[in-house]
Design a protein around this ligand. Structure first.
Ligand SMILES: [Zn+2]
Length: 301
């Protein structure tokens, strides 16, 4: 019995050490969450059923940092408020990169365009997102975002936008204005026409709008995707089928790993494991998805 358990554990231990020590990872979709962002008693992880252990801001920061170190996630693009991003950065300045999330969990207004330009000029933010405009039923093409996009284009700041769908019952719970229609990647075409040098990150790789995503990526080489959330929240075969379609279509140089880390300790390990185990990816492709593509997109040396 004991031997059987040991034989079962050896491959797991080997796998753990292989993924935690060898491959360098950039997480391009990481949230700097605070206690209370998901209610007083946060829900359990929808996949594993495990409740988050961390229940105050310090614990959340420390448990995330421990996870990133363990899995060799050497950089994380922090989507959150400037204040919370600063907390993470002060703890490990070389690991965390600030990106301005909007709307955020504290309902902060967008800085005015002068303040936003200053943030870009002074390298206080290196990306603009996650833009969860779909949760408000809004489009990036709305004219109120136009000056922000012009600034991002000028300073080479990537814009990271939530695309695709959201969890069950979203319009009945948190977000009555949420619309599936607003998450279609093709709706970004007018923005790309106006801003030919603007780098855009399609968060959640436009899932499940595969045809839209492929069309946009063929025509606009400055469009990259992140695989976040899809890589652990949807059935594995569904994730593989979508990712494989993008690889087959020739986009292996523009697909980036992201966890969409929120409050659970088991999302990052699960998403890394799913990519590592993808039977259709070779080692070079995994290196691109986990690190190389993001290092180019975000100019990380
Ligand atoms: Zn998102």
């Amino acid at each position: 019995m004991k031997k059987a358990i040991l034989l079962y554990l050896i491959p797991i231990l080997f796998f753990q050490s292989a993924i935690s020590q060898n491959r360098k990872i950039i997480d391009v979709h990481f949230h700097t969450r605070s206690a209370g962002d998901y209610g007083k008693i946060p829900p359990p992880n929808p996949i594993t059923g495990k409740a988050p252990k961390a229940d105050n801001n310090d614990m959340i920061l420390n448990s995330n940092l421990e996870l990133l170190r363990k899995y060799n996630v050497v950089k994380a693009i922090c989507s959150g408020t400037l204040k919370r991003n600063a907390d993470f950065i002060s703890k490990d300045p070389s690991r965390f990169i600030s990106s301005l999330e909007y709307p955020d969990h504290q309902n902060n207004a967008l800085p005015d365009t002068l303040a936003f330009k200053k943030l870009c000029e002074e390298h206080k933010i290196s990306a603009f997102g996650e833009l969860g405009l779909q949760y408000e039923g809004e489009l990036l093409n709305d004219k109120k975002y136009e000056p922000y996009l012009a600034i991002c284009e000028k300073f080479g700041i990537p814009v990271a936008i939530h695309t695709g769908i959201a969890g069950p019952n979203t319009p009945y719970t948190c977000c009555p204005n949420f619309r599936i229609e607003a998450g279609k990647p093709l709706l970004l075409e007018p923005v790309l026409l106006k801003h030919p040098k603007l780098k855009i990150q399609l968060m959640h790789m436009g899932f499940p709008f595969l045809e839209d995503t492929k069309a946009l990526m063929v025509v606009f080489p400055q469009v990259y995707v992140d695989i976040s959330a899809v890589d652990w929240l949807v059935p594995k075969e569904e994730f593989y089928s979508y990712l494989k379609a993008l690889i087959t279509a020739g986009f292996e140089d523009r697909i980036m790993y992201g966890s969409d880390q929120m409050i659970w300790e088991d999302g990052i390990p699960l998403s890394i494991k799913n990519v590592e185990e993808a039977p259709f990816l070779n080692d070079a492709q995994k290196d691109k998805i986990f690190y190389k593509n993001a290092s180019g997109f975000f100019n990380i040396q």
